[in-house]
Design a protein around this ligand. Structure first.
Ligand code: ZN
Length: 412
């Protein structure tokens, strides 16, 4: 009797009867059956229902390794007939529906996927990255069903981002108050965004006070239609992104000129300068600082573009009054800069001034939006290899949406 309790604890299973433990030469195989109350329940909804047949007989679920050996739970997998879901395989207390792994195995995979590299997860758990994708989708769907992250949304950020080298896009929604990612879906168009507001429902839409976005027309249109009371802001983070893009345009132009003029050494230096120009000055390495100093000496237009970008970034960090005053001066400087990319940027910023002012006035945390944004991009890069955007979205919601399960056996 004591042995059985030890096994139940080791395997982290509940409502499960341990029948037998065997070692088949390669793996530990543990014969189990659902406890009395867990029998004959629909695999989808968990309701009690009449039995249908024996299904495909006994099957195995991979569970956490025992020491260094693989371990499986083995049990009958009968089918039941649910009034709502028809003939389905009966639920088992140790695994999610349709899974080949136990709940504790899947929870550990999800936790690891949020914390470690792709390779670490695959090697440690001895599973293919594609299986990881399916596990994450199941875990995220279950967590979402038990808690609605769309409740209490007051200030949200809507963003679009590309994954898979710019071919595919996601629309994501972030809660500015909690900093959590609350929703994501493939696509970037009005139809996709309307699905979010459908899910939110009229009552909760009416409570949204502020929506920040990247200045895209399609987002503003849908927000005006569904949340007419909400103030639309432009995330200062995106304004800095525009400036970084303008700076890159100047760099490419100067680089092309140098190349055409046959100044190969200079062209090479400019190519390598990309990161020094992009980074915030406080994060520059010694070598990058030297690169930048070199540009200041030899390349006046490029250095001017760099200063324009930096001053804009600094201005947007200030309290609203000071920021707007500085922004006015910045605009006239940019217009006179003789750098076409920055003249254009000045026009773009002038057109969005009220949205920027609103964001600064509401004290939207630029750092937080930027950090969520950067982390989603990193996740998108890691999720490369999942074939479906659903797996990427699941990973993003688990790591950035507060849905990640605790490690098995550690409580909440
Ligand atoms: Zn059912």
């Amino acid at each position: 009797m004591r042995g059985v309790r030890v096994w139940a604890r080791l395997l982290s299973v509940e409502q499960t009867v341990i029948e037998d433990v065997d070692f088949d030469g390669e793996a530990v195989v543990i014969a189990v059956r659902p406890g009395w109350r867990q029998r004959r329940r629909c695999g989808v909804c968990g309701r009690r229902c009449p039995g249908y047949d024996a299904g495909e007989g006994r099957r195995r679920w991979r569970t956490l390794d025992l020491g260094t050996a693989r371990c499986y739970l083995e049990a009958e997998a009968p089918r039941v007939s649910c009034r709502r879901h028809g003939v389905v395989v009966a639920a088992v207390p140790w695994a999610r529906h349709d899974a080949r792994f136990t709940r504790s195995f899947e929870d550990q995979v999800a936790w690891l996927a949020c914390e470690c590299s792709k390779r670490a997860v695959s090697e440690l758990m001895r599973i293919a990255w594609l299986s990881v994708g399916r596990i994450l989708t199941r875990v995220a769907a279950e967590k979402r069903a038990s808690f609605d992250p769309l409740d209490h949304l007051r200030r949200i950020g809507i963003d679009e981002l590309s994954h898979r080298k710019g071919q595919r896009y996601l629309t994501v929604v972030v809660d500015h108050d909690s900093g959590l990612l609350v929703w994501a879906a493939p696509g970037r168009d009005k139809k996709t965004l309307r699905r979010f507001f459908d899910l939110l429902g009229a009552e909760r839409c009416a409570r949204v006070e502020l929506v920040s976005a990247d200045g895209a027309g399609w987002i503003e249109e849908v927000v005006r239609e569904r949340c007419p009371q909400a103030r639309i802001c432009l995330d200062p983070f995106h304004v800095v992104q525009w400036a970084t893009a303008a700076l890159d345009e100047v760099r490419r132009e100067v680089w092309n000129q140098a190349r055409r003029a046959g100044q190969t050494a200079e062209a090479r230096a400019l190519k390598g300068a990309r990161f020094a120009l992009w980074k915030n000055p406080e994060d520059l390495t010694g070598r990058q600082q030297a690169t930048l100093a070199g540009i200041a000496r030899t390349n006046e237009p490029l250095y001017r573009a760099y200063l324009l970008k930096e001053q804009l970034r600094q201005a947007l960090k200030l309290p609203v009054e000071e920021a707007l005053a500085l922004l006015e001066r910045w605009l006239s400087w940019a217009r006179r800069s003789r750098l076409p990319a920055f003249v254009k940027l000045a026009q773009q910023i002038a057109a969005h001034l009220s949205g920027i002012a609103a964001a600064l006035g509401f004290g939207l945390s630029n750092a937080r939006t930027e950090s969520v944004n950067t982390r989603i991009r990193l996740i998108a890069r890691r999720a490369f290899g999942f074939h479906s955007p659903e797996a990427l979205i699941a990973l993003a919601l688990l790591s950035l949406g507060g849905l990640c399960p605790p490690l098995p056996g550690r409580g909440c």
